[in-house]
Write a protein that binds this ligand. Structure first.
Ligand code: SRM
Ligand code: SF4
Length: 575
């Protein structure tokens, strides 16, 4: 390798040794889950269980109190389902709803990668939960870990044949890139034991799997709801004469970084060429094997594909990909995105109705008067189509016939469900990651705080006459970027309890990173900082100019053309 940026290759990280010794992801998980002495599992198994779609966590709200009482932390598990393209049947929905009540903390989370998460599952309940999920024809294989994760695709396939084809391809890629080890079946489903692990083979991954997680998404323009440029590998559907002909291929996107470490950065994917539609799986496999062979296995902070692409160059990646494929990607085709958010309300396509509902930050729960979780449960009982989880944590009741529409509408009214229209356009375009109390990496609140911050911002928007102005706003509790904050027009990234970095200048259609505007500020300063900018935008914006474009034109932040400039100190900014 000629170029080495930003580190020299070193010895394999601890995680590489854990994978090597794990006997194809088995470790001692089976024994650890049978051990009645602790609600936790050892660290080594805690790393391996990710590959099975679960994380060990503890309830951080009561961590200190338990410590004072000399108790071990309130250990519990999060389970993430594999759900390519976010499609679930009503029956599957009901199972997830039941399980979250029976074994979880009573809530369901729709994630930013179009799947379900359940929190609060105790160690003793893990196996029954996994078995119920399996009986519902779902699984959690590779939902986390150093493998290909949940494959995303535009959320509303029935709007056209193209979407249906793309959904089908998302499913195929997901299946093709699944780990082949039987560990999952043995540990969770009481499958027959593989006597000699030399019988096992991981033809795509090898026994070390990937250097780091890997994410694939397929966008169907004009919607960029999946944030294609944030994916390790993104496909952009090219439609000619109403027919899907193939995909532009984008490599090396990603959102995560570490505060204070400028060798880590979010990055937007680079489009390197075009592949015919029947070659998508082939391309996905070969890009993955490039990352398997060239990704950094020494520093996990620099192990994502985006660093491999930036280190070796997109030209080299293209050349290597063509060599492995045995054919060449074609010239990139034209495409145009309009937005990366969701559209709400009823829409008709291909003779069926689709209702997009606003689910604030993807959290389904019943609170006081607003029984959101119960409402969707009632819909699931009568719905004959499917549910589609959107990449923006919302929900589509999809594929509804003319006849069924009125009974669903009755439930929507009865439970006062919302397509978000009574909210500001800012709230409709908002996203927040889980953060506290379950996420072990959170430095500040996110999902539990953003709604109340938006309440206050809505007052400003009303005063400035911007209530219906669509502006994307995202918050995360740390710089890992789980709500893809790097691509929002306004973003908050947690630094410490109650303190956030404020970023401005992402594009409305998700193809430009934003830039740090103010560091480590609390709510009072957030409001006093944003207020004059919003008023200036209301006054000075050009026709149809989005907020993210305006703040760059007006000089509040410099445009970020590549993640390599993300940390560059700006020459001059407007205050
Ligand atoms: Fe994430 C780690 C939640 C989407 C980048 N993410 C975590 C963990 C598992 C924390 C941990 O490692 O202990 C969080 C669990 C919180 C909890 O209590 O549930 C977590 N990530 C989530 C979810 C649930 C956020 C949400 O509110 O929806 C999303 C689940 C997606 C899914 O269904 O698979 C989620 N995470 C993302 C995304 C967005 C995306 O994929 O489109 C990103 C940015 C894109 C990317 O990967 O570059 C993202 N999560 C991370 C990272 C940073 C990785 C990096 O390259 O630096 C971590 C930390 C890590 O891997 O070390 C992380
Ligand atoms: Fe946790 Fe950070 Fe991801 Fe939020 S962005 S869920 S705080 S890892």
């Amino acid at each position: 390798m000629s170029k080495k940026f930003p580190y020299e290759a070193g010895p394999p990280s601890e995680m590489e040794k854990i994978k090597a010794d794990s006997n194809y992801l088995r470790g001692s998980l089976e024994e650890s889950f049978e051990d009645p002495l602790s609600a936790a599992i050892p660290d080594y198994d805690g790393k391996l269980i990710k590959f099975h779609g679960s994380y060990m966590q503890d309830d951080r709200d009561i961590r200190l109190e338990r410590k004072k009482q000399m108790l071990e932390p309130a250990y519990q598990f999060m389970i993430r389902v594999r759900l390519p393209g976010g499609v679930a049947t009503p029956e599957q929905w009901l199972v997830m709803d039941d399980l979250s009540n029976q074994y979880g903390n009573g809530t369901l989370k729709l994630t930013t990668r179009q799947t379900f998460q359940m929190h609060g599952i105790l160690k003793w309940n893990m196996k029954p939960t996994m078995q119920h999920i399996h009986r519902a024809l779902l699984d959690t294989i590779a939902a986390c870990g150093d493998v290909n994760r949940n494959v995303m695709c535009g959320a509303n396939p029935y709007q056209s044949d193209v979407h249906a084809e793309v959904q089908d391809l998302a499913q195929k890629v997901s299946e093709h890139l699944l780990p082949r080890t039987k560990a999952y079946h043995e540990i969770w489903l009481d499958g027959d034991k593989v006597i000699d692990s030399r019988e096992e083979d991981e033809p795509i991954y090898g026994e070390l799997y990937l250097p780091r997680k890997f994410k694939i998404g397929i966008a169907v323009p004009p919607s960029n709801d999946i944030d294609v440029f944030s994916q390790d590998l993104g496909f952009i559907a090219i439609v000619e004469n109403n027919q899907l002909v193939g995909f532009n291929v984008a490599v090396g996107g990603g959102m995560g970084s570490t505060h204070g470490d400028t060798t880590t950065y979010p990055q937007v994917g680079k489009v390197i060429g075009f592949c015919p539609k029947d070659k998508l799986v082939d391309v996905a496999e070969n890009v993955i094997t490039i990352q398997r062979d060239y990704g950094n296995r020494s520093s996990r902070k620099h192990a994502r594909f985006k660093y491999t692409v930036d280190r070796l160059g997109k030209e080299w990646i293209l050349q290597e990909l063509n060599r492995r494929l045995g054919w060449e990607l074609g010239v990139t085709r034209d495409f145009e995105f309009e937005r990366n958010g969701d559209r709400y309300g009823w829409e008709k396509g291909d003779g069926k109705w689709h209702l997009t509902l606003f689910i604030q930050n993807g959290r389904l729960l019943d609170t006081g008067e607003y029984k959101l979780k119960a409402a969707i449960r009632e819909i699931a009982k009568i719905h004959r189509g499917e549910f589609r989880l959107t990449p923006n944590q919302n929900l589509i009741v999809s594929n509804v016939t003319d006849k069924e529409k009125s009974s669903i509408e009755k439930l929507v009214k009865k439970f006062r469900l919302t397509d978000g229209q009574e909210n500001s356009a800012l709230r409709r375009n908002s996203m927040a990651c889980v953060a506290l109390p379950t996420c072990g990496l959170a430095m500040a609140e996110s999902e539990r705080y953003l709604p109340s911050l938006i309440d206050k911002l809505e007052t400003l928007l009303d005063e400035a006459g911007l209530r219906e102005e669509e502006i994307t706003i995202r918050m995360t509790g740390c710089p890992n970027g789980c709500a893809r904050p790097g691509l929002a027009e306004i973003a908050f990234v947690g630094k410490a309890p109650g303190k956030y970095n404020l970023y401005l200048g992402g594009s409305f259609h998700g193809d430009r990173l934003n830039k740090l505007y103010k560091e480590n500020i609390g709510e009072k300063e957030i409001l006093s900082t944003l207020s004059p900018i919003l008023f200036a935008y209301a006054k000075e914006r050009k026709e149809k100019e989005h907020f993210g474009d305006y703040v760059i034109r007006a000089g509040y932040v410099e445009e970020v053309k590549s993640g390599l400039d993300f940390h560059r100190v700006p020459s001059e900014v407007r205050n």
